[in-house]
Structure formats: C-alpha cells, structure tokens
Ligand binder design. Structure first.
Ligand code: ATP
Ligand code: MG
Length: 331
C-alpha cells in the first residue's frame, strides 16, 4: 500500500485560456492534517474537485490510497469524505434526519445506522440538537453537521474546502478541535483548503501555499518560517505617504524592506536590535513620523508576503493580510 493518502501527479486543469491548476505535484501523507493555503481564485476548489473525480483533469492524475481516481473512481471515492465550500445540509430536516439520509445513500446497514449517527452527533457536539431542524442552526453548527455527515461512511481521508470561511473565531475553534479529534482518534487523513493564515499555522502539520494554480511553497509551518530566515521581523507602521521614505531608510541600515498597506517590514537579521536603533535615529533625523515600531517572530503571514512578493503584486493585484490573517486579493 502506498505511503500516501493522496498523490497528485503533474495535475493540470485548464478552462479555455485560464490555467486554474498548473502542473501541481503534491503528496499528502497518511495521518497528517494538510492545509492548502491560497487566496481567492488560487485553484483550491478546482484541485479538490479533481481529487474527488468530479472534474476531469486536463492532464495528470490523482491517486487516493494508491487507487487511480480516473480508472477506479468508485473505489477511490469510497475512501473519501467531503465537506464542500457551500454548506449543503437540508434545512427542513433535523440533524438526525440529515445524517440518516446520508447514511442510507452510503448503504450503511440499518442495524449500524443508529450507532453511527450517535457517534457523528457526539463528535460534532450536536447531540443536544439531534431533533432540531438544521434550518435553525448557526453557520458553525451547519458546518459541524456537514462534517459529521462526511464521516458517516467511515472514510480514511477527509477533504474540506474552506471549512471555516465566514465563521467567527469561536466556531472556527470548535471545527479545529473536531478535526484534530477525528485525525487523532479515527486516524483520518485530512486535507483542507483555507484562506486563513492562522488556521494553517495552528491546525496543519504541513502547508502547501498555492497561487495561480501553482504550488509556491511546501513544508511544516516552522519550515516555512525558516524559509524566510530565522530572524525576527522588524515592522514599522506609518501614514501611507511616508512608507517609501521609510523603505529607503530600511535599505540605508542594511535591511531588505517590503511595503504593505500601511507598513514597512523586513527580516531583522542577526543584529536586529542594533538595526532598530539605527532606524529610529535615521527616522528622527529625517523627521518622519511613525505610528508604531515592533519586532516579532516570523508568521505564515510574513512567509506568504515574502513568497508572493512584488511580482504577484505588480502583475495581478496586491495581496494584503487583512485583520484576522485572511488572504485578500486587491484588484
Ligand atoms: N468551471 C469553471 N469554468 C471556468 N473557470 C473556472 C471554473 N471553475 C473555476 N474557474 C476559475 O479557475 C480559477 C480557480 O478557481 P477555484 O475555484 O479553484 O479557486 P479557489 O482557490 O477555490 O478560490 P476561492 O477561495 O474563491 O474558493 C479561478 O480563476 C476561477 O474563476
Ligand atoms: Mg474555492
């Protein structure tokens, strides 16, 4: 048996002229939580649809637990549970009825169905809402019910397309805990897509950063942080009109700055503290007002900025990390 839960080989999807997935090569290890991180339109859902066999690749192939999705779609699909980007619970039915229908679709024997439903409700923390109509559920509860549904046929691999987008932090944390639990206790491999930097950092064993259908980075969160240098990040925020002048001063003291939104930042290197002192002196000499100066450990946010950098910004719009660490592409 293959060491990998999912193997993606030279995968391409082209829609007319648009290459949505551009020669993707990626192996998801058995037992890991893997996060495919990327902004709107990066190619995340297209990739998920091809893994599921819902969309035929233009070229390349996908293996699920060693089974070729194209040649043996039924067998490959049996191994997968899916939570799609749009929530698809039946509002007119109760939580229990939603699960029951799904269980029947997967031909779970009636003798086992009740036990499976109990388990799924317990896992998703919805036992108390068993007889409540799904239409009355909050967004977070619907997402949990959806996850419970996807686990009814005991898949070995669970795919989730942006499971927490739009949820508040409380509900997001609940989903994270649920995913950690099924990963650990049921030994289910998890592949999720996300636009949240923080989510990939906290939840995932490994992260793949995807943009314009291409994988631009791959590794554990700490490996990705190391990619941009172990050093701390020096960050200065200021009025927009001062940012370029501040960037010039960064260069003067030997830093390699990036300008973003309302701030200038750069890896501090070995003698970051000394560089901050020099920066402050130069800023004061030039009478440039700043709002804040700080030094912090690199985050996935910084990794993303470093990797997508100016080229992406110049050609297709700008990436900015909005509050909450969500990737937003500004046109
Ligand atoms: N059926 C389709 N026909 C034509 N273009 C498509 C189709 N599906 C997706 N695309 C395009 O392919 C690109 C990748 O889309 P995809 O939905 O995979 O992105 P995504 O990373 O899931 O984005 P989001 O975070 O917004 O869900 C986008 O430019 C999208 O407009
Ligand atoms: Mg999508």
């Amino acid at each position: 048996m293959s060491d990998y839960a999912i193997e993606i080989e030279d995968l391409v999807k082209q829609f007319d002229k648009l290459v949505a997935v551009n020669n993707l090569n990626l192996n998801i290890k058995r037992g890991e939580i893997f996060g495919l991180l990327g902004p709107n339109g990066a190619g995340k859902s297209t990739t998920i649809s091809m893994i599921l066999g819902l969309l035929q690749p233009t070229s390349g192939r996908v293996l699920v637990n060693g089974v070729d999705m194209k040649r043996y779609p039924e067998k490959a699909r049996n191994e997968i549970g899916i939570v799609t980007q749009e929530t698809v619970v039946e509002s007119e039915l109760t939580a229990e009825q939603n699960l029951m229908i799904f269980g029947r679709l997967y031909h779970i024997p009636p003798s086992e169905l009740k036990k499976d439903i109990d388990f799924a409700l317990e896992l998703s923390d919805l036992t108390n809402f068993r007889h409540a109509y799904a239409g009355t559920f909050s967004g977070g509860m619907k997402r949990r019910l959806e996850t419970a549904k996807s686990l009814m046929h005991a898949p070995k691999v669970l795919l989730l397309d942006e499971p927490t987008t739009g949820l508040d932090i409380q509900n997001r944390t609940k989903i994270w805990n649920l995913l950690r639990q099924i990963n650990k206790e049921q030994n289910i491999t998890i592949l999720l897509t996300t636009q949240y930097l923080e989510e990939s950092d906290q939840l995932c064993d490994r992260i793949g950063i995807i943009d314009h259908g291409k994988l631009i980075a791959l590794g554990t969160p700490s490996e990705l942080r190391q990619k941009i240098g172990m050093s701390n990040i020096i960050e200065i925020s200021a009025e927009k009109e001062s940012l370029q002048k501040i960037a010039t001063i960064f260069r003067k003291v030997g830093l390699d700055p990036q300008v973003l939104n309302n701030k200038v930042l750069a890896p501090g290197g070995n003698n970051a503290t000394e560089k901050i002192e020099r920066l402050l002196k130069e800023l004061s000499n030039s009478k440039i007002k700043i709002q804040n100066i700080s030094m912090h450990e690199p985050t996935i946010d910084d990794v993303f900025l470093k990797l997508t950098g100016s080229e992406v910004r110049d050609t297709t719009g700008e990436f900015t990390s909005a509050r909450g660490g969500m990737l937003v592409r500004r046109r």
